[in-house]
Design a protein around this ligand. Sequence first.
Ligand SMILES: C[S@@+](CC[C@H](N)C(=O)[O-])C[C@H]1O[C@@H](n2cnc3c(N)ncnc32)[C@H](O)[C@@H]1O
Length: 331
Amino acid sequence: MSTQETESTASLYRDYARRWFPGHSELYVQWAMGLATSPELLALVSALPEHKRQPNLVFAAARFHGCPDESFRVLEAYLAAHWAGIRTIVMTHATQTNEAARCATLLPALGLVAAQEQRPLALIEVGPSAGLCLLPDLYSYSYDGAAPLGDGSPLLRCATTGNPPLPHHLPEIAWLAGVDLNPLDGTDPDTVAWLRALVWPGQEDRLERLDAALGTLAALKSGALQASAGAPLLLTGDLNERIADLVDAAPKHAVPVVMHSAVLAYLDEAQRARFADTVAALGCRWISNEAFFMDAANHAQEGPDANYFTLALDRVPLARTGPHGAELHWL
Ligand SMILES: C[S@@+](CC[C@H](N)C(=O)[O-])C[C@H]1O[C@@H](n2cnc3c(N)ncnc32)[C@H](O)[C@@H]1O
């Protein structure tokens, strides 16, 4: 293991400890800072392939394996004692966090499309993970503390500015589909445990929402909960390879809406441009909720603040959104 490689891993962990974990998970701040100063752990992590070294993946794997949410010293001993098993989890799993609360920021865009088209929607999500963002009509919403819209679970709370066009009713959804490199079955106990391990320690509200949304998905799949669109059809594959077929398969009485959140960062520039070209040529509506949006020339444009996503409809930015759905700042 070269010193340069362990130093680069240490720098990655320090970066997460300073930029990404503070304010969200104090335990992960401690763990990341501790790991950055441990030569033994840096050597273990640096021996992973580069795309598998990020702290959120390594820490989720440790917790999924059984490491308790305790001090760095506990993590240090646990990683050293169980590295072979944790390494296998890292190598066979990916960060596929599925945040149902993003539906609160997607809903106004869905409402605009429904109002403009006056037809039911066929929702086609690329990168849906377990498909929890495909159930916007089965949750309920409270914007700025107002009385809830809908009566489903979880209740998604969202603070707004800029007077967004909040819908007065939930959109009618006729069909649900998605394509993911690795679609997750949100009713499989191991998968549920992995999705739970991906929620950072200390984010109890996210864990509660995840459990509630998984409960709604399970009820839908078992038939205990009836919805006109039924359970989402989740295909395995690359979004660029399968999106045209999915749009084509949507029922003709519905308006196809391609949507995605927290996915484009996984693609390189050429893949993003290809995706944007394909969606534009398909003639469907397109809702994007990402760290950047694709402009008219299909170039990725970053928003002014890296801590926010941009919600865009057909390439037009509508709002800056909290990455986990808690904030909606209409432009
Ligand atoms: C961070 S998760 C986001 C899940 C969901 N969209 C949400 O907002 O909660 C990103 C998902 O994108 C999927 N993904 C990444 N690259 C992809 C590709 N080229 N084609 C299809 N899915 C992809 C990953 O497998 C993962 O499930």
